[in-house]
Design a binder for this molecule. Structure first.
Ligand SMILES: C[S@@+](CC[C@H](N)C(=O)[O-])C[C@H]1O[C@@H](n2cnc3c(N)ncnc32)[C@H](O)[C@@H]1O
Length: 320
């Protein structure tokens, strides 16, 4: 299985790449909002920035397999530019995903506070080569009376994934420098990449991340037994990525999110267990937890069926 990080400028890398055959790309570039990067000017003239993005998107498109997918993450205020960039470089629009933040909204003076980020899902050609319909089982709304016997399909609003915002304690997942400061303010959560990779790829597919940052895409792809390639311009980040991939830390382990997808029909195919020796020890640790969850869900389904039975018996009594 390939899991490679290359220190380079992604555009330069892609220009000399020859038909890499990416099946899925996660594109999370600097947002051009004046953030501090060691090797990147995040205050480009807007038109130059979007020309750059178009160049990158076109090169990725040329290196993508038929039906392959791209997930382009950006600030919500740039939605129209993201859509235009993807369309003009050949991609076919599939979804505008709203990633709703868990932390409080960014307050605004004379408009509504901002509470989400966008992720545009697009494909090479009309039909995705892979789209796994994931099922989740979020807590019931007050208006919902009955437990869902089989959960529900994931929609285009993702409000169940916590961001790693610096303003509050985000656990051990964010990478830190020796002085305790965060290495990277834009680190994506492994939970987000788990959803994207499960939805739009199968085992052994090729996953690409041109702006690898802290290597989240690679960390998740490896656990899901997909091949992966990341490009990152900053050598400091690259050394952290290498270390992160080697250590396979507890906080990066995605098995804790597996129960969220319990009701997904083909879960064992797209997320195989006990086949990857590297993860075997950690898998053992979670096995018991997963079993308990499985039992709880079967009990829940039985309760729902019992209620349906009661309802039908009462209805028949009333009618007769
Ligand atoms: C928004 S961050 C990506 C964060 C990533 N998703 C993660 O989970 O850590 C963007 C990254 O792109 C890198 N970068 C900026 N310009 C680049 C270029 N021309 N080629 C490759 N990487 C670049 C930055 O150093 C930064 O780490």
């Amino acid at each position: 299985m390939r899991c490679e990080i290359i220190q380079d400028d992604c555009e330069q890398f892609l220009k000399q790449a020859s038909s890499e055959g990416f099946d899925l790309t996660f594109l999370d570039p600097p947002f051009n909002q004046g953030k501090e990067y060691n090797i990147h000017n995040d205050e480009m003239v807007a038109s130059d920035y979007w020309d750059w993005m178009k160049g990158v998107c076109k090169l990725i498109y040329d290196n993508t397999s038929d039906g392959g997918a791209i997930y382009f993450m950006q600030r919500e205020k740039n939605t129209q530019f993201v859509l235009e960039t993807l369309q003009s470089t050949g991609w076919t629009f599939q979804n505008l995903i709203i990633w709703r933040k868990k932390t409080s909204a960014v307050p605004c003076e004379a408009r509504f506070g901002k509470h989400y980020q966008i992720i545009v899902f697009a494909t090479k050609g009309k039909t995705p080569r892979v789209f796994n319909k994931l099922r989740i089982d979020p807590p019931l709304l007050v208006t919902e009376k009955y437990e869902r016997p089989k959960g529900m399909y994931v929609t285009d609003v993702w409000d169940d994934i916590r961001e790693l915002t610096s303003g509050y304690f985000a656990g051990d997942e964010p990478l830190r420098l020796n002085n305790g400061e965060r290495l990277h303010k834009q680190q994506s959560p492994v939970q987000l990449l788990t959803r994207i990779i499960l939805s739009s790829s199968n085992v052994s597919d090729m996953i690409f991340d041109p702006f690898a940052g802290t290597g989240t895409t690679l960390v998740v792809a490896k656990q899901l037994q997909r091949n992966s390639l990341g490009i990152e311009i900053d050598p400091l980040n690259v050394s952290f990525i290498e270390d992160r991939l080697y250590k396979e830390g507890e906080s990066d382990n995605i098995l804790k999110y597996r129960p969220d997808y319990f009701f997904t029909e083909n879960l064992d195919d797209i997320w195989p267990l006990y086949t990857n020796n590297i993860n075997k020890k950690i898998e053992e640790k979670y096995r018991l937890k997963l079993k308990k969850y499985e039992i709880k869900n079967v009990q829940k389904q039985l309760q729902v069926l019992e209620k349906q039975k009661e309802y039908l018996i009462n209805k028949t009594k009333i009618e007769s």
